[in-house]
Each structure stands twice: as structure tokens, then as C-alpha cells.
Design a binder for this molecule. Structure first.
Ligand SMILES: [Fe+2]
Length: 330
């Protein structure tokens, strides 16, 4: 019988309770908590993950294969691609790391656990949440990057070395970034980027060794890289980090969508100069009217948007993944 102390965090954290975590670490400070792996099995769904072979039987979706083996295969063009689950093991043997995105589609108990953790963390209802399982062999890992999501990581097998470093370049990043792309920065990130890039080894950072039974909370934006010298399996619970910006943009769109002129086709490039001028004048008056359109937006209006879908990209990914798994049912 499973012994539970209360909520998921109370069950998983060793010698710490959920209040301490929520007050001192969430949402900005990483936490590495070691203990017996047994405590993870109090989280419904985790006991279904016993081995890589077992996961490959359950997971009826393409598997992402990642790492040097893929770079070699594609002549340096790609570092990851999707393969059918039956081919995943041969890529694993060649040294690729395997990423099982949306594992919770195939283990519904996990979805339930993630949803409980989401409300425990006080995240808006419309926040993206999913489980991702990683399996890797010797030396396979991820180079330095940061994510726009936060992760709760359960190390289920093997030893993995993590390097973490505080992100002095961006506060509250809204997108993922790979250090290997430096000095190139995508435009939105460039607009709020500060200072020099860290070195690729994150040598000013902290080194952590996760082994079976290690739990890691990785906040959004924290620089990190991983490597392993043995076979590892880790389960991640990943949560989007909706910003006020997301809520206000939904509200603004919802207001403008009611106006016929804002739904008009962008039809300007084929017009002659005279017609083009007319369209520009009309657009100018629409812009000038924005303060009226947005008048009276209240805090309540914005907070009501917490229930909206706050990550359309991931929701689409989920639907695609679900559709891909349906075919195996026929
Ligand atoms: Fe990451």
C-alpha cells in the first residue's frame, strides 16, 4: 500500500515539506533533494515506469532521438529528429538520448498527478503541463541552454551530472535558448538581453550529481547542461510559466476581434498609391482609437483570462501527439 503524507510535494520531498518549498524555492530557486527512490512511487503513475523496455512498449508515438549520433547521421544538419518507437532502441544503442514527450498521454495517472501539482503550485488553470521522460546512455546529454518552462525532475535510474548557472542575461525569459547559437540571439530575446554569454561549460555554475531517488526543481531560465556516464532514466513534470503579458494579450485580442475592421484581410501590397494611402489612413485611425477600444479593462478582466489556453503551441503539440497515438488503436 502506498503511504502518502499529504500532497505530492510532501510525499516527494525528503526532510522538507511543501510549505518550505513554496516559501523558499518556488518559483525562482533551484532545489536538489536526495532520498530513497521509494518515495517517488507514492506519486500515481510513476510506478508504471520500470525500465526503458517497458516504456517502449507503452509509448505509441514517435520518439525524439537527440545528440552526437544524430549530428553524425545528418552530417551536422540536425541534432535531433523523430523516429518510430520500434527504431528508438537502435538509436539508443548508438548513443542517442531518447525523449518521450507527453508521456502522460500513455500513463493517465501521471496526468492526474501533474494536474494536482499544478494547482498546488498555484499556477493558472490554462497553464501547459506535461510529463517528459528521458533515457540516455554513456556520455549522451544536453549542452548548455535554458528553458521558458520550469521542470520537476525525478531521477529514476543511473547517475547524471548537471551543471546549473544563474541566468544574468535575461530575467523571466519567454523562450528557450541554446548557448551553442551564441552570439546569435533571436529578436524578441535580444530586446531584453543583458551582458556577456556564459562559457559553454557554465564554469561559474554549480555541479550536481543526480542519482536514483534525486529530485530536482529547475526554475525557468536557469542555465543548465547534463551528461551521464551510465544508463539513466529521468521523468520530468514540465509546467509553462504564463506571464501577465499572456493574459493581457488574450484580453486585447478578445476586444479587437469584435471589430469588423480589425478582422479585415491585410490587403495592401497590390494596391496603387492612391488606394494604399486610403488604407494607411484607415489603419491610422484604427490605431488612434485603441485607447477607446481598451478603455475600462479591469484587473478582474485580466485575471479571468487565467482559464484560457495559455500555450497554444503546446496544446497543438498535444493534439498532434494524441492523433498519432490513435492510429494504433485501430
Ligand atoms: Fe532543459
Amino acid at each position: 500500500m502506498k503511504i502518502t503524507k499529504g500532497n505530492i510535494l510532501d510525499d516527494v520531498l525528503n526532510e522538507m515539506n511543501s510549505d518550505e518549498f513554496l516559501n523558499e524555492y518556488w518559483p525562482n530557486h533551484f532545489l536538489h533533494n536526495k532520498g530513497s527512490i521509494e518515495r517517488f512511487f507514492s506519486v500515481p503513475g510513476i510506478e508504471n515506469i520500470s525500465s526503458l523496455e517497458n516504456i517502449l512498449k507503452i509509448y505509441k508515438n514517435p520518439v525524439m532521438v537527440v545528440g552526437d549520433a544524430i549530428i553524425e547521421e545528418t552530417g551536422g544538419i540536425l541534432n535531433k529528429f523523430l523516429v518510430p518507437p520500434e527504431e528508438a532502441m537502435s538509436w539508443y544503442e548508438k548513443g542517442a538520448a531518447l525523449e518521450f514527450d507527453f508521456t502522460d498521454i500513455f500513463i493517465p495517472e501521471l496526468r492526474e498527478s501533474i494536474s494536482k501539482l499544478k494547482s498546488l503550485l498555484g499556477l493558472p488553470e490554462g497553464t501547459m503541463a506535461k510529463a517528459v521522460l528521458y533515457a540516455a546512455k554513456e556520455s549522451a546529454g544536453f549542452s548548455a541552454h535554458f528553458d521558458a518552462y520550469c521542470n520537476f525532475i525525478f531521477q529514476l535510474k543511473g547517475k547524471k551530472k548537471w551543471k546549473l548557472a544563474e541566468n544574468f542575461n535575461t530575467i523571466n525569459p519567454l523562450q528557450h535558448y541554446e548557448l551553442i547559437e551564441a552570439p546569435h540571439l533571436p529578436d524578441p530575446l535580444k530586446s531584453y538581453w543583458n551582458g556577456e554569454f556564459p562559457d559553454e561549460n557554465l564554469s561559474n555554475g554549480t555541479e550536481l550529481i543526480l542519482d536514483a531517488g534525486s529530485f530536482l526543481f529547475l526554475p525557468r531560465g536557469c542555465w543548465h547542461s547534463t551528461s551521464s556516464s551510465e544508463e539513466t532514466i529521468a521523468l520530468n513534470f514540465t509546467f509553462g510559466q504564463p506571464a501577465w503579458l499572456d493574459l493581457i494579450l488574450i484580453e486585447l485580442r478578445n476586444r479587437l476581434i469584435q471589430k469588423d475592421e480589425w478582422r479585415e484581410l491585410v490587403n495592401i501590397d497590390l494596391l496603387d498609391e492612391n488606394e494604399r494611402k486610403k488604407v494607411e489612413e484607415k489603419l491610422k485611425s484604427m490605431i488612434n482609437n485603441l485607447p477607446n477600444d481598451f478603455k475600462g479593462i479591469s484587473v478582474g478582466d485580466i485575471l479571468a483570462r487565467k482559464k484560457d489556453d495559455l500555450d497554444v503551441y503546446q496544446s497543438t503539440q498535444l493534439v498532434v501527439r494524441q492523433l498519432m497515438s490513435i492510429k494504433d488503436g485501430f
